[in-house]
Design a protein around this ligand. Structure first.
Ligand SMILES: [Zn+2]
Length: 95
């Protein structure tokens, strides 16, 4: 998808990584510090393109945790990925 090559995304991704201090947010929940390598869309881009650049919808993750958010074959959210959607749902309702 061309979106990931856009300047808007590249800038936003960098901003989110900086916000999260380049650390994985999922690991942080368990008191671990891992370097973040990916910025994940909590509400998936394909379902919520309007949230593509919403900072609250973006979290920095390490590769391991990002793999745990998506089903490898279908790319659908796993239970863990869905848990983040639920965690952020109040934000979606306010907007
Ligand atoms: Zn992690």
């Amino acid at each position: 998808m061309g979106f990931y090559k856009t300047r808007k995304w590249i800038n936003k991704r960098e901003k989110v990584l900086r916000r999260d201090e380049y650390m994985c947010r999922e690991c942080r929940r368990y008191g671990k510090t891992s370097a973040a390598t990916t910025v994940h869309h909590i509400n998936q881009l394909r379902d919520h393109p309007e949230l593509a650049l919403a900072e609250w919808n973006l979290i920095s993750l390490c590769g391991r945790c990002h793999d745990k958010m998506h089903d490898r074959t279908t790319d659908a959210l796993t239970a863990l990925g869905q848990a983040w959607v639920e965690r952020m749902r109040p934000t979606l309702e306010i907007l």
